[in-house]
Design a protein around this ligand. Structure first.
Ligand SMILES: [Fe+2]
Length: 260
């Protein structure tokens, strides 16, 4: 089955959650567009890392379907916050099972795609995760982060008309950020969403994702987007943030060398 048919199956299911209410539909459309961009990002990472063949095809399917759980989640609970509703990765797997998607795959391939959907949003991947699953998950997680970054910045930027559901209802104080979030990011530790209090915390948290990317291609795409510069233009300009900025730009320069 060609990828275009999978895209059609995905969009048909996702669009069935549109209700005509502009506020509701805004959030559904956001996740439809996000899923399609994550598919594009996954393709760019696979190309850059020269991952081809069957594993690449399965990874693209997992990228397309990674957030399928978002549609029933939003329709049932009116939020994208897993803590207040349901784990959207697990709901995604249940949804794929119910719908018998992706169609036309062997049992083994179905298991791999669904496992990738289940693991795309866990805090950390277990080092014992076997290949090729680990590789598939790593591509989808990077592709996802590459797209969430501009969405969050867009909603937290200076002139944004921010939607509380998208930014998890954080306090908008342009000068404030939490020490706990800053420390996690500067120490390159995965930061927990529950530590966030201010909108700047979200910017710090997603900027810290740079250190957690799995592939050089992903770091290069992140660096080339120009969004890190935008993030630091929003954050307050004290000494701690300036040091972090230096660290992040050094990291990007170091990892952005052309492959030799
Ligand atoms: Fe997700």
């Amino acid at each position: 089955m060609p990828l275009s048919h999978h895209i059609e199956a995905f969009t048909t299911f996702a669009s069935s959650h549109l209700t005509g209410d502009p506020e509701h539909d805004y959030h559904i459309q956001l996740k439809i567009d996000h899923s399609l961009r994550v598919l594009d990002n996954a393709r760019a990472i696979l190309d850059g890392e020269k991952i081809t063949g069957h594993v690449a095809t399965l990874t693209l399917l997992a990228a397309l379907y990674h957030d399928i759980g978002r549609f029933p989640q939003y329709s049932r609970y009116g939020t994208f916050k897993d803590m207040d509703s349901i784990n959207h990765g697990r709901l995604g797997v249940l949804t794929l099972r119910e719908l018998n998607l992706p169609a036309g795959l062997s049992r083994k391939d179905l298991r791999a795609v669904r496992a990738t959907v289940a693991l795309h949003n866990v805090k950390e991947i277990r080092p014992t995760t076997p290949a090729p699953l680990a590789g598939m998950v790593n591509v989808v997680r990077d592709a996802d982060k590459l797209d969430i970054y501009p969405i969050v910045l867009d909603h937290l930027g200076k002139n944004s008309d921010s939607k509380p559901v998208v930014i998890h209802s954080l306090e908008d104080n342009p000068e404030a950020y939490s020490d706990a979030v800053f420390e996690a990011v500067v120490s390159q530790i995965t930061c927990d969403y529950s530590l966030m209090r201010y909108s700047n915390d979200f910017i710090l948290l997603i900027t810290g994702w740079l250190f957690t990317l799995n592939f050089k291609t992903s770091i290069r795409l992140f660096a080339q987007s120009g969004l890190v510069e935008e993030a630091f233009s929003i954050l307050p300009k004290d000494d701690k943030i300036k040091k972090l900025e230096e660290k992040i730009f050094t990291f990007m320069r170091y990892n952005n060398l052309p492959a030799s």
